[in-house]
Design a protein around this ligand. Structure first.
Ligand SMILES: *[C@@H]1O[C@H](CO)[C@@H](O)[C@H](O)[C@H]1NC(C)=O
Ligand SMILES: *[C@@H]1O[C@H](CO)[C@@H](O)[C@H](O)[C@H]1NC(C)=O
Length: 390
């Protein structure tokens, strides 16, 4: 679960405590229903309705420029386990504004126009409009300091970007909806809709997405694919994850909010990385481990995804947000205790077999560990801040 020991400020500690308490009550509920009381109660759980949450505005002294990115550190000591590892999400945190906001949304707008990474299927248009209203209602309620209606209520003003968007999405095209969504939040957005086509797999299908910060896949190539086909490159997906993944996407309820994380390390400087993050078995034969002295660890990143899920109450589509967090290994090393460094190295070693290839651990693993443990400072021992341009 959340690793509180890595949190630095009192605010984040408070936030983490709130999140943990929000998580633990429902997870106890799940535990008893699923593990203890067997099938009858599990069926009851499926019928459970979730009340519409009240979004609480951030406090008056909230300043987005002082909000350091949430330090998700989901790695665990020992072998990497392939599971969904889902937790309850505080609905207030489904979309977050932090100090990276303006840089990132500016970059996202540019990427949206330059790269063909976003798309939608006609059947997703109503779901996209509902998503638009969901996102901007959230921003208006959670961040009233920065998002307000204009006097005539026709537009919503984004005070951080100093721009505005239509309050009513009814007349917007699919592409306009995607562009506005992409350039007003840091989160990537994906919409999955149950496949009704006969003869097709009985699965949720990706019908709209604006994925500008992909890690190792081209979102355009995933459009209109069902879940299993989307995950084709993931080792052991069919044996280990297919059933739970399909169940998860068909069971999630309106107003139910779920979070999971995944992480890796990248030796390139792209937030937008349709290629370069994963390797195949054929490529593995030509990959040589990197030497730590060849790497500038200000430009090697610990990359975490915060993946959030809910079901839209009106159209019933599954809505997913992916927020990407990158921390240079220089910064990460500076923030870890000796014990935490060992846990991270153990987690790196724990990426084994096909995953060592898929996550390219065979390339960056030894160099990353040498840097984390202080055996090397890389090619540039001086701490510098890298600004992402792609
Ligand atoms: C998270 O998981 C997805 C699906 O396997 C993968 O494409 C992506 O690269 C992962 N991201 C990170 C940061 O590990
Ligand atoms: C790394 O840099 C630190 C601080 O400058 C220094 O104390 C340490 O000896 C260096 N380590 C190596 C392996 O060069």
């Amino acid at each position: 679960m959340l690793q509180i020991q890595n949190l630095k400020t009192e605010e984040s500690l408070l936030l983490a405590t709130t999140v943990v308490s929000l998580i633990s009550i429902p997870s106890i509920y799940y535990f008893f229903n699923n593990k203890k009381n067997g099938k009858a109660k599990a069926a009851v759980k499926q019928e459970k309705e979730f009340p519409k949450p009240t979004i609480v505005p951030v406090s008056d002294d909230f300043d987005w420029e002082k909000q350091t990115p949430y330090p998700y550190r989901p790695y665990k000591k020992g072998p990497y386990k392939m599971n969904l590892a889902i937790r309850k999400l505080d609905p207030n945190d489904i979309i977050c504004i932090e100090d990276t906001y303006l840089d990132r949304v500016t970059l996202r707008e540019k990427l949206f126009d330059e790269k063909k990474l976003s798309g939608f299927h006609e059947s997703a248009l109503d779901s996209l409009k509902e998503t638009y209203r969901f996102i901007f209602n959230h921003l208006l309620q959670r961040y009233p300091k920065y998002f307000t209606y204009s006097n005539d209520k026709k537009t919503i003003i984004n005070k951080i970007k100093e721009s505005s968007v239509p309050a009513n999405p009814s007349d917007l095209s699919g592409n306009e909806l995607l562009r506005i969504i992409a350039s007003n939040i840091e989160e990537d957005m994906l919409l999955l809709i149950k496949n009704n086509d006969e003869g097709e797999p009985d699965e949720y299908v990706l019908r709209a997405s604006t994925s500008l910060f992909p890690a190792g896949f081209n979102p355009a190539q995933k459009m209109n694919l069902p879940l299993t086909k989307i995950h084709t490159p993931v080792p052991h997906y069919v044996e280990k994850l297919q059933t739970s993944m399909n169940k998860f996407f068909s069971r999630i309820k309106p107003y139910e909010f779920i979070i999971r994380n995944n992480w890796s390390i990248q030796t390139h400087t792209n937030l937008c990385a349709p290629t370069g993050s994963h390797a195949t078995k054929e490529e593995a034969t030509t990959i040589h481990p990197l030497y730590p002295q060849d790497l500038d660890f200000n430009k090697v990143f610990f990359r975490v995804e915060k993946q959030c899920f809910t079901r839209l109450p009106e159209t019933g589509s599954d809505l997913m947000f992916i927020r990407t967090y990158v921390t240079s290994l220089m910064d990460l090393r500076g923030s870890l205790t000796e014990e935490e460094k060992e846990i991270l190295c153990s987690a790196i070693d724990g990426i084994m077999g096909d995953f060592a290839i898929y996550k390219k651990r065979i390339q960056w693993g030894e160099a990353a560990k040498a840097f984390i443990m202080g055996e090397s400072n890389g090619s540039n021992p001086v701490k510098t801040k890298y600004t992402f341009v792609s």
